[in-house]
Design a protein around this ligand. Structure first.
Ligand code: HEM
Length: 385
């Protein structure tokens, strides 16, 4: 089946909005790293009180950041409308839309606040954290759009509980490392450890004041890279999110290397920009992995419930699928599945949740193995969206 024009259009919009959010984040880092925040004076939304200001380098940097943010705002609104128009009533789409719009508005507010009133290191670090969430939610929205407009959907496998817990834990840990890094930057203690890999010539420096904060960021960074490697191991074991886990690990290593370059170049502009930009990509990869792992659990559980649930439920849902297919919402249902085949998989007993989870897991493997089964799995998963 060919991709419809409107599907290609919404995919293009999603990709452009994600790229735009990345550019906004990197430009924001350029504004702070070049000290251009006051390039427009203490004036917002106008620049030095004018719509078209007189240009100096810092004015150009700050003004172009504001202009690109404005265009990105329009893209985010357009993507939100396109997603809600297609998948209205879908909780995941709703949450992502609220996050995208909410964080963009919050960022604009924090940015305006930073220009109008001098900010504490804590507030500046929060601004960076919010921009990461804004980028990650846009990136996830694009992932959702691409997944739902795909011609051939893949079958889902259930992620082991252990993997789900580790992914969540590592996400929280990396956020703590991010906050430490942003604090280092905004408290102006970045070179309290003046060399790398040693810190002021010592493996472990005397831990007081700024040195302690910077050293903590480095030690925490080692922990982050090790944990990202552990996620690759878990992903390979379960066969879920392997490419994303590898991307996360690769970006973690790059992040650490760029951190070393930040020190060697004494806060060179390109190295500090790279440290912020790679961070956004790493955060995006972690958000995607979290979604892949957690969503696989929910979907498999719901699939299990459906396969062994009551017949009325199956009837109702089949009916719904057909209606969705008619409307074009489920474009991938090439071969509507056979109800008799369904009954064969369904059985009649009701099971407890852990049993259900386990059986769904096994059953999905079986479904994957046979062409007819794969067809059922694809149709089911589609419609479970
Ligand atoms: C995976 C590990 C790492 C993560 C997640 C991380 C994260 C961050 C973040 C989010 C910032 C704030 C960036 C900004 O506000 O623009 C930062 C700043 C910083 N990080 Fe890291 N970092 C990591 C590894 C390292 C390593 C290994 C080093 C040193 C060798 C390092 C040195 C620095 C320095 C010096 C700054 C301050 C930069 C500035 O003043 O612009 N980081 N880090």
């Amino acid at each position: 089946m060919m991709l419809g024009l409107s599907q290609a259009w919404v995919r293009g919009l999603a990709a452009l909005t994600t790229l735009g959010m990345f550019v906004v984040l990197v430009m924001g880092a350029t504004v702070t790293n070049t000290g251009s925040a006051e390039g427009c004076g203490r004036s917002w939304p106008l620049c030095n009180g004018q719509f078209v200001p007189e240009f100096t380098v810092s004015t150009a940097i700050e003004y172009s950041h504001r202009a690109v943010t404005g265009v990105e705002g329009v893209l985010v609104v357009a993507l939100t409308v396109a997603m809600l128009g297609r998948w209205r009533g879908d909780r995941e789409v709703l949450v992502l839309a609220v996050l995208m719009l909410g964080t963009l508005l919050l960022q604009a507010g924090l940015g305006a606040g930073a220009v109008l009133v001098p900010q504490s290191p804590f507030m500046l670090a929060t601004h960076f954290g919010v921009s990461l969430v804004a980028f990650a939610s846009t990136f996830l929205s694009a992932a959702v759009v691409f997944e739902r407009t795909r011609e051939e959907p893949g079958a889902s496998r259930l992620a082991p509980r252990r993997f789900r817990h580790w992914v969540t834990g590592v996400g929280v840990y990396v956020l703590a490392v991010v906050y430490l890094g942003a604090y280092v930057r905004h408290a102006n203690v970045s070179l309290a450890c003046a060399d790398w890999p040693l810190c002021n010539g010592q493996v472990v420096p005397s831990l007081e004041g700024p040195t302690a904060v910077v050293f903590a960021h480095r030690v925490a960074a080692v922990g982050a890279v090790l944990l990202l490697a552990w996620l690759v191991h878990l992903a390979r074991d379960s066969g879920i999110g392997q490419r994303t886990a590898w991307a996360g690990f690769g970006l973690g290593v790059l992040q650490a290397v760029s951190g070393a370059v930040v020190v060697w170049t004494r806060l060179g502009l390109f190295s500090t920009l790279a440290h912020a930009a790679i961070m956004a990509l790493l955060f995006g990869a972690l958000a995607l992995l979290t979604r892949q792992v957690l969503a696989s659990g929910t979907r498999s559980l719901r699939l299990g419930r459906r396969l062994w649930g009551g017949p009325e439920e199956v009837q109702g849902r089949l009916h719904k699928t057909e209606r969705q297919a008619d409307r074009g919402d489920v474009g991938i249902l090439d071969h509507p599945h056979d109800e008799a085949e369904h009954r064969q998989w369904r059985g009649t007993t009701r099971r407890s949740e852990p049993q259900l989870e386990l059986t769904a897991h096994r059953q999905l493997d079986a479904l994957d193995a046979s062409p007819a089964g794969a067809q059922i799995a694809h149709a089911d998963l589609n419609w479970l969206w």
